[in-house]
Ligand binder design. Structure first.
Ligand code: OAD
Length: 240
């Protein structure tokens, strides 16, 4: 690990522009379940019900209640050492698939949410209405005050387009980066994962070998909360 960590640090030291690209593993040590690990969310519940527009329209009460639980869990947790370490860097951007707000709460800047966020609702008919929600007291089912359609969490579900401003910002950040640090993602969900292939050089941090790891220059195996602070401390004098 030390040799690999040193190789990764050298890549970062030589890079002018660095971008992070994260997935659920970044927030796992904050107590938020990942999706595809053995105890992951999609091993317990059906994503076609809880993460698709069709599922929401067929079972709105179930879906809104599940999101209310996720929102309360998020409100009661805190960023972990990896979020804080990323927030201390001067990296150009933090592209994330995560719908939590833990990078924001750690103090990171320039966060690009590819899959939306839990802290707002939007109109299911896409009339343009959206509102912030209180994560400690999440709303139940509601209707859009503008057009009367149902309100739903502002997250991207399977089969839906990614928000185009976020996609454009992420693509531009990753294409202009000398190194992309890919943290805690299986790299299995397209189109987000395709961004990893746009990177000039990739360092991965993951508890196990991953699809993203196979496409990377350096693969660091271990928990993000341990590895990311070590990786960053040699890169950024502010954190030493
Ligand atoms: P996955 O659950 O697919 O992958 C999580 C990855 O994190 C796995 O490769 C784990 O090995 C790794 N991991 C777990 N704990 C870790 C830790 N403490 N430190 C480092 N790595 C760890 O989650 P994502 O790749 O984020 O989409 O999944 C991508 C998308 O699939 C999500 O954004 C979500 C889901 O369906 C939507 O909801 C649209």
């Amino acid at each position: 690990m030390t040799a690999e960590l040193n190789r990764a640090r050298r890549l970062l030291a030589d890079a002018e522009t660095v971008v992070s690209f994260s997935g659920a593993g970044l927030s796992a040590e904050s107590g938020i379940a990942t999706f595809r690990d053995p105890d992951g969310v999609w091993k317990k519940i059906d994503p076609t019900v809880y993460a698709s527009a069709q599922g929401f329209r067929a079972h709105p009460t179930k879906v809104i209640e599940w999101y209310a639980d996720r929102r309360r869990t998020l409100a009661s947790t805190t960023p972990n050492a990896a979020h804080f370490a990323l927030a201390q860097t001067s990296w150009h951007a933090h592209v994330t698939q995560n719908v939590d707000n833990l990078l924001e709460r750690a103090g990171a800047d320039n966060i690009i949410h590819l899959h939306g966020t839990l802290d707002s609702d939007r109109c299911d008919a896409s009339c343009g209405f959206s509102r912030k929600v209180d994560l400690t007291d999440p709303p139940g089912e509601g209707t859009c005050p503008t057009c009367g359609a149902a309100l739903r969490p502002s997250v991207v579900w399977f089969g839906e387009m990614l928000p185009s401003p976020a996609w454009a910002a992420a693509e531009s950040a990753i294409r202009s980066a000398d190194v992309v640090v890919v943290i805690g993602t299986s790299g299995e969900v397209w189109p987000a994962a395709s961004l990893i292939d746009e990177a000039s050089a990739v360092i991965t941090v993951n508890t196990q070998p991953s699809g993203a790891g196979r496409r990377s220059a350096v693969e660091l195996i271990g928990p993000a909360g341990t590895i990311v602070p070590r990786l960053v401390s040699a890169d950024d004098p502010n954190t030493q």
